[in-house]
Ligand binder design. Structure first.
Ligand SMILES: NC(=O)c1ccc[n+]([C@@H]2O[C@H](COP(=O)([O-])OP(=O)(O)OC[C@H]3O[C@@H](n4cnc5c(N)ncnc54)[C@H](OP(=O)(O)O)[C@@H]3O)[C@@H](O)[C@H]2O)c1
Length: 251
C-alpha cells in the first residue's frame, strides 16, 4: 500500500533496463519504495539494474517480459500481482527504430509499432485490470512529444507514440471509476541509451529530470505531465502551425 504521503511502496517497471525507468525507480526507492519488480528481456543490463536498486535497499525481483509476446503478458504480469499489491506500474519500454532504414524495411517499422503500441496496449490492459481489482494504484505511461505531431524524420516512432498516447488517455477514463490513477508522461528529447549519438533537440533533458516530474505528478495525481513543462506550450503552438510552415522546421 502507499504510505501516508501517497508514495508508492511497491513498483513494477516494464522495461527494467530503461534509463528513464531506472531513474524514476531510484528516486522512488530513495523516498520509501521497498519492493521492486523489473520486467524485461533477460540481459546482464537487467541484472545490473536489479543490483543497483538492491544496493539502495530495495527487494528486487526480475521478471522475464517481452513486449513483442503479448500472448504471455497475462501470465507473466499476473504472477507479479499474485505476489502482492502493486502501487505503481511504470510502462517504460519502447524502441526508437531506424526511420531511414525502416521506411524501406517495413518489418522494422512493424517492430516499432508492435513494441511501442501493441505491446503497450496489451501490458497496460493486463496491469490496468489488476490495479482495478486491487482498487488502487497508478499506471504511468511514457508517451512522447513525438506523438503530438508527426515529423518527416521520425513518423514511424511518432505514430506509435501517438497511438499509445490516445490509448492511455482513454484508459485514464476507463480506470478512474475503479480508483486507478493513470498518468501520461510526454517527455521531449531525453539523453539516454535510446538517443545516444543523436544531436540533442531543443529543450533536451535528463532521466533524473523526468523522474522528478513523475514523482511530482504522482504526488498531485496529475493525469498528463510534460517534461520539461515548457513543452506543453511549445507543442500547443507547433500543433497548430500550418503544414507548409511546419514543413520548414528542422527535423
Ligand atoms: N529518450 C528519449 O528521448 C525519450 C523521449 C520521450 C519518450 N521516451 C520513451 O521513454 C521510454 C523509455 O525510454 P529510454 O529513453 O529510457 O530508453 P532505453 O534506455 O533505451 O529503454 C528502452 C527500454 O525498452 C525495453 N524494450 C525494448 N524492446 C522491448 C521488448 N520487446 N520487450 C521488453 N522490453 C523492451 C528495453 O529493454 P532491453 O534492455 O531488453 O533492450 C529498455 O528497457 C520509451 O518508451 C521511450 O519511447 C524516450
Amino acid at each position: 500500500m502507499q504510505d501516508a504521503f501517497g508514495a508508492p511502496q511497491s513498483v513494477l517497471l516494464l522495461g527494467g533496463t530503461s534509463h528513464i525507468g531506472r531513474a524514476v525507480v531510484r528516486r522512488l526507492v530513495a523516498r520509501r519504495a521497498r519492493t521492486v519488480f523489473l520486467a524485461g528481456r533477460p540481459s546482464t543490463e537487467l541484472d545490473t539494474a536489479a543490483a543497483e536498486l538492491r544496493g539502495l535497499g530495495a527487494t528486487v525481483t526480475t521478471v522475464e517480459f517481452d513486449a513483442l509476446e503479448p500472448g504471455s503478458h497475462e501470465d507473466v504480469l499476473g504472477k507479479v500481482f499474485a505476489a502482492g499489491d502493486i502501487d505503481l506500474v511504470l510502462l517504460a519500454f519502447g524502441v526508437l527504430g531506424d526511420q531511414a532504414r525502416d521506411e524501406h524495411e517495413p518489418r522494422g517499422a512493424v517492430e516499432v509499432a508492435a513494441t511501442n503500441y501493441t505491446g503497450a496496449v496489451s501490458a497496460s490492459l493486463v496491469c490496468g485490470a489488476a490495479l482495478a481489482r486491487q482498487g488502487h494504484g497508478s499506471l504511468v505511461v511514457l508517451s512522447s512529444v513525438a506523438g503530438e505531431r508527426s515529423r518527416r524524420s521520425n513518423f514511424i516512432y511518432g505514430s506509435s507514440k501517438a497511438g499509445l498516447d490516445a490509448f492511455a488517455l482513454g484508459l485514464t477514463e476507463a480506470l478512474r471509476p475503479a480508483g486507478v490513477h493513470v498518468m501520461v508522461v510526454r517527455p521531449g528529447f531525453v539523453r539516454t541509451r535510446m538517443t545516444a549519438g543523436l544531436p540533442p533537440a531543443p529543450f533536451a533533458t535528463t532521466p533524473d529530470a523526468v523522474a522528478q516530474a513523475v514523482e511530482a505528478g504522482l504526488r498531485r495525481r496529475a493525469e498528463l505531465v510534460w517534461v520539461p513543462g515548457v513543452l506543453r506550450f511549445v507543442m500547443s503552438a507547433l500543433r497548430h502551425l500550418p503544414r507548409p510552415v511546419f514543413r520548414l522546421l528542422p527535423g
